[in-house]
Design a binder for this molecule. Structure first.
Ligand code: OAD
Length: 277
């Protein structure tokens, strides 16, 4: 079904997607790729579009090392306010029916793996086991030198954000707080939050694993992503070049040349698909 048909046949589409899945199930593995849209119904703002994070915060400041460091030097309160605005969404979010439907598909052996750009851990919280995080995880810290990672509990992050708020204009105090939560690594390097900023390379092991999954998949579900950030945006094209079918779910029209487009909320469409399978 083409995107133009969606309006007239919306109720038929989950069935068609389910048929795609059924027809391709025996041929190999089904993979899915998710973006911020799947977590929108969990209350986490997306990056682009109306109400998106980048509408309020300029990504060149808040999503690059250079922007963050220089802003922290001059106006540290801007960084503190950003963290205080964004982290509570991540801290309070719970998996929605979209995450849960994917987790069930994975448990039932229908879905092989979830390749995600999201940093919110909601796929894992929903019970998905094989989750490949291409942009890192907001609840993990990483050594900048040896790349060792350590999980960082939500309560600890909450505590850090609360402390930062108390000293939002006092750069030296803020640095002291940050060095407590981002300590030195035993290798001599320093830990930082384990998320990928603009201009940084993707975690090589995760990228390798994503390619391995996508090279073997027989159907790809692309869910809730604007597909504008590379290299992740090139992955579905790579899959398509192999002649593999792609089903896209997005609540806005998309230009991606998928085989089946379902316009709607992931948290509504995915449970519908699961019901039919
Ligand atoms: P975007 O914010 O760019 O796109 C979110 C997509 O989800 C849009 O296409 C929306 O139409 C769609 N959407 C919103 N709500 C939805 C819902 N309930 N169901 C289905 N679709 C919905 O987010 P990403 O594509 O994930 O990277 O952004 C990619 C990367 O850009 C992020 O990982 C982040 C960002 O800058 C870095 O920071 C490095």
């Amino acid at each position: 079904m083409r995107q133009d048909d969606v309006g007239n046949n919306a109720e038929m589409i989950p069935e068609e997607a389910a048929n795609y899945i059924k027809n391709n199930f025996n041929k190999g593995n089904i993979a899915c790729m998710t973006g911020a849209g799947i977590s929108a119904e969990s209350g986490i703002p997306t990056f682009r579009g109306k109400g998106g994070l980048w509408e309020k915060y300029r990504p060149e400041i808040y999503a690059t090392t250079m922007g963050l460091v220089s802003t922290f030097e001059n106006k540290p309160e801007k960084i503190v306010d950003f963290l205080n605005d964004f982290y509570p969404f991540l801290l309070n979010a719970k998996p929605n029916p979209g995450h849960i439907a994917l987790a069930v598909m994975q448990k039932e052996g229908i879905l092989k793996a979830v390749v995600t750009q999201n940093i919110d851990s909601l796929h894992q919280q929903a019970g998905s086991r094989s989750v490949i995080e291409l942009h890192g995880n907001a609840f993990r810290i990483r050594c900048t030198d040896c790349l060792k990672t350590i999980a960082c509990e939500k309560d600890r992050i909450k505590e850090m954000v609360e402390l930062l708020k108390m000293y939002r204009r006092q750069r030296l105090q803020l640095l002291r707080i940050l060095s407590r939560y981002f300590p030195k690594c035993e290798c001599g390097g320093r830990f930082r939050i384990d998320i990928v900023l603009f201009g940084e390379t993707l975690p090589p092991d995760a990228l390798k694993e994503a390619y391995r999954v996508l090279e073997n998949c027989s159907l790809l579900l692309v869910i809730g992503t604007s597909l504008v950030i590379y290299p992740v945006a090139s992955l579905p094209l790579y899959v398509k070049e192999r002649g593999v079918k792609i089903v896209e779910i997005n609540n806005e029209p998309s230009n991606f040349p998928c085989d089946l487009f379902i316009q709607g909320k992931a948290g509504e469409i995915l449970p519908e698909i699961l019901k039919i399978l």
